[in-house]
Design a protein. Structure first.
Length: 349
């Protein structure tokens, strides 16, 4: 079976570094032995040489203090040489990593920049269409949602450009969680309806210390993953638990659970598990969405994990830093059906 080219490159680099370290270590051992041997010979006096000829026995007398001092000097020199060699090897080892990171940033920046013009044109055309449609037209809501989608996509592209340029977020570092959950449920409601899946969420008013674009990306990715694994006729639930300093958002599906892979590895890029054909058809996945969620939340001081997984479904838990202090009377969550046709409104019991 052929191995991944990236894995082969990493393996070759590791072997090369291992041989370099072994060669440096062997060289240091040879140098130290040679220096000790030379020092011992240097300490041999003419009288000791004469005594050897008289008795046919080799006796070399070395002063203990001088030997300890010599060993200390040799040891210090060996440490310096080892440090210099390690620094040179490490510097050579990280060159491919630096090149890969530069290529990655360049690709993300170029791709994002190339998407900005088509998105601007698309947004302008949607606005023209919106102006031509009367407010009471049955397609007005769809066009308005399409315009909001283009805005969201443009914000994601800008976020990718900032990340590629290593610039700080230009958005306000605080977002209300509920509006982003509502928008994500509305956006994914179209896909959920196609699969006969219902999205429900808690209406908890709380703010998190994450920009709205990054927060929306995480929620959409988790909901998209849940809807993609949910069988027909099931429910995807979004629950929110607010603590004093953090907020936990849980997304639960009723699918097969994570199979064929360690649950901790689902956040690795291109990671895939096996799928049971008995619970519905799963959409194609490239194994990138959950990896992006982890990168985004780690960048903003949060975390994501698999809360539970089994034959009855999987729960992903998103932990985010809380931006506001908890209210005195607390929040009373309610369950709301987040289908495509109803994205906002009073909580349903």
């Amino acid at each position: 079976m052929s191995r991944d080219p990236d894995e082969l490159a990493v393996h070759r680099s590791a072997v090369r570094i291992g041989w370099q370290v072994a060669a440096v270590s062997a060289g240091l051992v040879v140098v130290i032995i040679g220096l000790v041997f030379a020092y011992v010979l240097w300490q041999s006096s003419a009288g000791e040489e004469a005594e050897r000829h008289a008795t046919d026995t080799t006796r070399i007398f070395v002063d203990r203090d001088e030997l300890l001092a010599a060993l200390a000097v040799i040891g210090a020199g060996a440490v310096v040489l080892a440090g210099a060699a390690t620094w040179l090897i490490a510097r050579r080892a990280v060159v491919p990593l630096g090149d890969a990171l530069r290529l990655q940033r360049t690709f993300v920046a170029d791709a994002s920049h190339e998407l900005r013009t088509p998105l601007t044109v698309m947004s302008a055309r949607v606005q023209q269409l919106q102006r031509r449609i009367r407010p009471d037209d049955e397609n007005a809501a769809v066009v308005a949602a399409l315009r909001e989608d283009t805005r969201s996509l443009a914000a994601i592209v800008d976020d990718l450009l900032r990340v590629a340029a290593l610039e700080p977020d230009g958005e306000r570092l605080e977002s209300a969680l509920l509006p982003e959950v509502v928008r994500a449920a509305r956006d994914l409601g179209v896909l959920a309806d196609e699969r006969d899946v219902r999205i429900e969420y808690d209406r908890v008013e709380v703010s998190v210390a994450v920009p709205s674009t990054a927060l929306r990306r995480c929620i959409v990715a988790l909901l998209d993953n849940a809807v993609g694994h949910a069988p027909a006729g099931s429910v995807v639930s979004v629950s929110v638990h607010a603590a004093s300093t953090t907020v936990e958002l849980s997304v639960q599906d009723q699918g097969d659970g994570i199979r064929g892979i360690d649950p901790a590895r689902v956040f690795d890029r291109f990671a895939h598990g096996s799928h049971s054909a008995g619970r519905g058809t799963r959409r194609a996945s490239y194994g990138i969405g959950l990896a992006l969620v982890r990168e985004v939340v780690l960048r903003h001081g949060g975390a994501v994990r698999v809360g539970a997984t089994g034959p009855d479904g999987t729960t992903f838990v998103l932990t985010l830093p809380r931006a506001d202090a908890p209210s005195a009377n607390g929040s009373t969550p309610g369950r709301h059906d987040g289908g495509a046709s109803d994205a906002s409104g009073p909580a349903a019991s």
